[in-house]
Design a protein around this ligand. Structure first.
Ligand code: ZN
Length: 218
């Protein structure tokens, strides 16, 4: 297995873009893998492709659009209105059940085909929604399962697991890509790149994090 190459699960959003540049600093060679999962805003894949091009990173897209047909969620179902708040007893309907399970499983098979040991994902346990497939316990469990399933020694890296959005901006700044992340990534649930629509939950979280980080710099 190639210990010097990493595969980044890459959506073109703030988190995975920061991870892409983190990986470029840690590993000799980096590859980026994006997914079409039936998301309403498929242009995020084109933005991701452009960022990968700028980063000089080979880029590939996998079509896994069956995920959007398997379970109902407001990121893939155009008839569904997005939850603006997290319901008290559940997850917001932006939760795509199985998404990270499928993404990382496919990434591992892809990595194995290319002789890659290291896989990087931008999941974070401090994520506001508390999606279960973003938690450390899930990632560690899946890492063991993937290794057992293919008799490999994959290492899943989660550089953002324990940091919040402000610290993610700080990391992007340290990596010299604050402006690139700010202007060219797509996090907004309404599909608007950069600073986004400003009012969806993803934009709010992103903006609050940026304001908090910038206020510490002054
Ligand atoms: Zn938005």
């Amino acid at each position: 297995m190639n210990k010097e190459t990493a595969l980044v699960v890459f959506s073109g959003g703030q988190d995975s873009t920061t991870c892409l540049f983190w990986a470029k600093q840690k590993f000799k060679k980096v590859l980026a893998l994006s997914f079409l999962y039936g998301q309403k805003h498929q242009k995020e894949v084109e933005l991701a492709r452009n960022i990968a091009l700028k980063a000089g990173v080979p880029f590939e897209v996998m079509d896994v659009s069956f995920i959007g047909r398997l379970g109902h969620n407001s990121l893939t179902d155009v008839t569904m209105t997005m939850d603006q708040e997290k319901p008290a007893d559940s997850y917001p309907n932006t939760f795509v059940p199985g998404r990270n399970l499928f993404f990382l499983s496919i990434a591992a098979v892809y990595a194995r085909e290319h002789g890659i040991q290291h896989i990087v994902t931008g999941v974070s346990q401090t994520d506001f929604s508390g999606y279960p497939d973003c938690r450390d316990g899930f990632i560690k469990s899946l890492n063991v399962t993937l290794n057992l399933s293919m008799d490999e020694q994959f290492v899943i890296h989660t550089p953002l697991m324990w940091i919040d959005k402000a610290e993610t901006w700080a990391l992007a700044d340290r990596l010299g890509v604050l402006d690139l992340v700010r202007n060219e990534t797509l996090t907004c649930y309404n599909g608007i790149p950069g600073d986004g629509c400003g009012h969806c939950p993803a934009c709010k979280l992103r903006r609050e994090g940026l304001e908090k980080y910038l206020s510490t710099k002054r």
